[in-house]
Every structure is written in structure tokens, then in C-alpha cells.
Write a protein that binds this ligand. Structure first.
Ligand code: RB5
Length: 150
């Protein structure tokens, strides 16, 4: 289990985010919620960036981002160095995103995914360790070298 989780959503992911928080409580995983706090329309990158910033800088072990599809929030989160956000849409992609890709951010679709399935994906993603070995070399190659200041 990760030590701590930071999570955020837009309006389309709000209901699922609230369910994810309850699941994290049940599993005993400490978490921080960066919003949004209602179904009032907001812009998903604002919340994805808050989550990804905290994971990329090591303030939280892992993050969860939720929008309508999981796609927009994953795109924004993946702009941050050290962040590997994965859209998990079934149990296998949830497991493989951890075993093969060491995903440290889980992206869920509050409108595109059945919420009971999303909770099962969450639990698999939380409990599955990174397999390492050959996958470690590949994951290292994801990160781009830092650009040198002029
Ligand atoms: C909001 O309508 C929707 O576009 C957003 O939640 C997300 O699905 C974007 O990727």
C-alpha cells in the first residue's frame, strides 16, 4: 500500500472521487483531497496539476485523478517530471500499470467507468507492486533528460 495519496477531480469526476475517498478510508490509506468540491463546472487541468505536482516533488507517494474519461487529467498529470499517470479501465490495466509501468498516478473516468469497477481497479492498483527487473530499465527510459538552461 502507498504511504499517502493525493487526489483530485473536476466536476465530472467529483462523485467518483468522493467514493474513492471512502474506499481509501476503508483501506486505511491516508489521503489529501485538492478538490474540486462539487459538480460545478471547473477545468480539469487545474486539479490534475495540483495532484501531479505533489507526486512529482515527492510530497505524496501516489496520486489519483478523476475527470469524465480519465484522459484529460492523465494528459495534464503526465506533463510533470517523475509522474507516470495511467488510465486504468479494467482490472488488468490497473494491475499492469503497476507491475510494468510503476504508475504513480491512477486516472479514472467518472462518466466512462462503472463506479463499482472503478473501485475494484483502485484496490488492485493500490495493492500491486512494481515488478522491477526488465521493466525498471524501460520505465527509466520514459523520463526525458532535463533541458539545460541557456
Ligand atoms: C468535462 O466535460 C470533460 O471534458 C472532462 O471531465 C474530461 O473527461 C476531459 O478529459
Amino acid at each position: 500500500m502507498p504511504e499517502t495519496i493525493i487526489l483530485g477531480s473536476d466536476h465530472a469526476g467529483f462523485d467518483l472521487k468522493e467514493k474513492v475517498k471512502k474506499a481509501l478510508d476503508r483501506l486505511g490509506v491516508p489521503h489529501e483531497d485538492v478538490g474540486s468540491q462539487s459538480t460545478e463546472p471547473v477545468d480539469y487541468p487545474d486539479y490534475a496539476h495540483r495532484v501531479a505536482e505533489a507526486v512529482g516533488t515527492g510530497r505524496h507517494t501516489r496520486g489519483i485523478v478523476v475527470c469524465g474519461t480519465g484522459i484529460g487529467v492523465s494528459m495534464a498529470a503526465n506533463r510533470h517530471a517523475g509522474v507516470r499517470a495511467a488510465v486504468a479501465y479494467d482490472l488488468e490495466t490497473a494491475r499492469l500499470s503497476r507491475e510494468h509501468n510503476d504508475a504513480n498516478v491512477l486516472a479514472l473516468g467518472g462518466r466512462s467507468l462503472d463506479h463499482a469497477l472503478a473501485e475494484r481497479n483502485l484496490e488492485v492498483w493500490l495493492k500491486t507492486p512494481f515488478a522491477g527487473g526488465r521493466h525498471a530499465r524501460r520505465v527509466e527510459k520514459i523520463e526525458l533528460p532535463k533541458t539545460q538552461p541557456r
